[in-house]
Design a protein around this ligand. Structure first.
Ligand code: PLP
Length: 441
């Protein structure tokens, strides 16, 4: 990891939605970001609707080119704002949801329940009931216990649940430990050896119609090899089940395609399409994928202002203290993730670089966005954009340190509009109550 950090110009060169204008500074989908920062204040999340559309079309195109008809079920946990969901619905996506809340949000955004897949390792009876009553298209089952519970819920409602078994192919996706999900011993998916018996049980259970298999081996995967290995195993399982006389109509290939945050060589969508065609293309199954990060991450930036620069002794990088923190964007503190940081001002973008450690104001030593990052000298009030924060960004925010949820805006084709109000400070204690025996002031 001694490769130098990419500078501003090379970061922008590989991100077609972003551009540095000599007059207006950093543009996102042709909107000068300083205008939004001035109007809405910082921290402020920006979502690029055009970027979401372009990436959805690119992904779809890669599958068409490979001769595959693949349904896109956007994994909405990556970014669940109604505006994001609406754009992706307009682009033809269904949704992959992991809670009753996400399910209702997707329905509220106009996504047809028939195009919704319910994933996740612990779905409550109430959540399963909700989804079945709305006519959900597919429920991905994580265990035999869940399968039996769903059977009784569905029978009680006099409905039939179309289920897919999420199998654990025991493949190491080669990604961060905290986002690997397809190894034996991870909490996700059904153990390989047990799949045929559980599938047969599903076919016999009342209220259950097994329609296929699913796998999802992790996130931010940077090579086609683990995808290919996992899908080859799933194909083998499809053949095994069919040989037992069981019907398998669909394979859900999950999400996980990685992106370039720093200088990673992320596989293009054509590599994923190729892996799917090679392994599952001849099986006569309906195919689906569940991309989250790949669609949403590059479609978002977080605008944040410099509060202070804190000087350190000679030889130690100075601290750059921002008004965004780990409660807003958690990824760097959670996973040590690297995000590009670009000043909005065109003069700053071309100034000399000095290593700086970029931190937020939260009272935790892990509240660090970047360590010894080469950046131009900045002043209090300067605004920077933290790039590629459209996935697992705003959705993971908390109000730790009584910091309100940040404002949000959407840009597209030179226009912008606010899509979420900054949370008012007094909303932070709405819903809190005092027990009777305490004195109110
Ligand atoms: C999180 C998740 C996804 C999306 O993963 P990305 O890496 O964001 O593409 C897809 N499917 C399931 C079951 C998930 O849990």
């Amino acid at each position: 990891m001694t490769r130098p950090d990419p500078d501003t110009l090379s970061l922008l060169a590989s991100r077609p939605s972003l551009r540095m204008d000599v007059q207006d500074g950093l543009l996102f989908e042709d909107v000068p970001l300083h205008l939004i920062a001035e109007r809405l204040g910082t921290p402020c999340w920006i979502t690029g609707a055009g970027t979401l559309r372009r990436r959805t079309r690119n992904l779809h195109h890669a599958f068409v080119q490979a001769g595959l008809d693949v349904a896109l079920h956007y994994a909405m946990k990556a970014n669940d704002h109604l505006a994001t969901l609406t754009v992706l619905r307009e682009e033809g996506c269904g949704a992959d949801v992991v809670s009753g809340g996400e399910f209702l949000r997707a329905v509220h955004a106009g996504i047809d329940p028939a195009h919704i897949v319910f994933s996740g390792v612990g779905k409550t009876n109430a959540e399963l009931t909700l989804a079945l009553r709305h006519g959900i298209g597919q429920i991905n089952i994580e265990s035999v216990e869940e399968l039996r519970r769903l059977s009784s819920v569905a029978q009680h409602l006099d409905l039939t649940a179309r289920v897919v078994l999420r199998v654990n192919p025991d493949i190491d996706a080669g990604t961060h430990d905290k986002i690997s999900t397809g190894r034996a011993g991870d909490k996700f998916g059904i153990d390989w050896e047990r799949v045929p018996a559980i599938y047969a049980e599903a076919a016999a259970l009342p209220g259950i119609e097994p329609i296929g298999l699913a796998t999802h081996i992790g996130s931010q995967i940077l090579s086609p090899a683990p995808f290919k290995a996992a899908y080859a195993r799933v194909a083998e399982m499809v053949r095994t089940l069919r040989a037992q006389g069981l019907s398998v109509e669909t394979v859900d290939c999950g999400g996980g395609l990685g992106i370039r945050y720093r200088d990673e060589l992320a596989p293009p969508p054509s590599a994923l399409a190729g892996a799917i065609r090679e392994t599952l293309g001849d099986l006569d199954v309906r195919l689906a994928i569940e991309p989250g990060r790949w669609l949403a991450a590059p479609a978002g930036v977080l605008l944040t202002s410099v509060i202070d620069t804190k000087h350190q002794p000679e030889g130690v990088p100075n601290f750059l203290i921002l008004d965004a923190a780990m409660n807003d964007l958690a990824r760097p503190s959670l996973y040590g993730s690297w995000h590009g940081i670009v000043p909005l001002s065109p003069e700053r973008a071309h100034a000399d670089l000095v290593p700086q450690t970029v931190v937020g104001p939260v009272c935790e030593s892990s509240d660090v966005f970047a360590t010894a990052r080469p950046l131009p000298a900045l002043q209090p009030g300067d605004v920077v954009a933290i790039l590629d924060s459209g996935a697992y960004g705003a959705v993971m925010s908390s109000t730790y340190n009584s910091r309100p949820f940040a404002a949000q805006a959407m840009v597209e084709n030179g226009q912008w509009q606010q899509i979420r109000a900054r949370q008012p400070v007094d909303a932070l204690w709405t819903g809190e109550m005092l027990p009777d025996w305490l004195e109110t002031q």
